[in-house]
Write a protein that binds this ligand. Sequence first.
Ligand code: NAD
Length: 387
Amino acid sequence: MTSTGLRVFDGAVAIVTGAASGIGRALSEELARRGASVVLADVQPEVADVAAGIPCASGRAASGCTIDVTDFDGLRHLIEGVAGRYGRLDCIFNNAGIAAGGELRDHTLAAWNRVIDVNLRGVIHGVQAAYPIMLRQGFGHIVNTASMQGLMPSPLTASYSTTKHAIVGLSKALRVEAAGAGVRVSVLCPGVIRTPLLSGGKHGIFIAAIPEPEQRDRALRYFERLRPMDVRQFAVKALDQVARNHAIIVVPAWWKVFWWLDRLSPRLSLFVAQRVFESARRDLFGPSQPKRQCVAVRSGVAADAALADELRAGAHGRRLKAGAFSEETVHVLSEAVHVLVHGLRATTMKLDHERAHARRCDQVREPETVYVYEYVYGDGAGRRLGG
Ligand SMILES: NC(=O)c1ccc[n+]([C@@H]2O[C@H](COP(=O)([O-])OP(=O)(O)OC[C@H]3O[C@@H](n4cnc5c(N)ncnc54)[C@H](O)[C@@H]3O)[C@@H](O)[C@H]2O)c1
């Protein structure tokens, strides 16, 4: 494949949609850092301030433009204007997107249409406007943002996932068609990236019947467990692969496991999705649970409020100072609290007496068993989990 006129990325002219926030913003900043002139497009007027804050190499520029990607004429006008002004268009990142979460049975047609309009039609509009220009030039790179949810079964985000699968399909077909004309096409499939989208984003659609603030909060806690990648790190890794003209770009790389699994055994992939669905539905949209915390007590000592407070403080990252425990014990206990606080399972924590002695922890005066209790705020009840 040849695309002799294409600049990667020094001296390039690039357009990024959805650039006021998250991935689009980070891609724009990294493109500018690599020497491109970048036009940031977003429905949020703040995009102009974001562009103004991007440092550019001499002779390069970053500018912001308020645009709704669902408006084809507006987007085409912008893209043709940029190509006319600079005399070229090297890359377009069709990246704008919105989140939509909830069970399909609760989806309204209006929600479906909104997700399709922004996530899919927005990308199609970018392609329809930029591709003819790139064909005329004989070079260019179209980079569409899909998601891992375009590569694997994704219950609870069916409309979102539908659009992302479609973007993958569009990008693969166009890559083959465009190759002979010197135009490159790639699709970004991010795993979980730390951006406002993780709690719904500014334009997210919430479908379940629980209050929006709680849904945002639950979504954020849920995605935090999936180890979100820093968005700047994402931009660096993604652009490295765009530069190498990779077709399907999965970042962080470990998410490829799910993609491979889906290709290797669709049946197993669906089984995994089923398991994830059950627990995710409970965590994201199930009835509210009372806040739970963990309390540990030494053998023979009743759960006392002071120790509970110490442990609670430990859950917020402060080092515990419970005199009767060694530093090691305290560390282990605060880890247990941490684990419970984050909703994972910690059923029992029995310290190994011999090992405690072998470590010669001075502060452990005699072997003792540590019990971990689940503590429910409000009624003050403690339930023994094990020990
Ligand atoms: N963050 C993740 O973990 C993740 C994972 C997979 C895919 N993605 C995809 O990455 C892309 C960027 O998401 P993000 O995480 O940066 O979210 P984000 O909410 O931080 O950014 C999305 C941007 O798109 C803009 N936008 C929304 N609707 C628009 C419209 N109609 N016209 C123009 N701009 C519009 C928003 O104003 C916002 O600035 C999306 O397509 C998203 O689906 C994100």
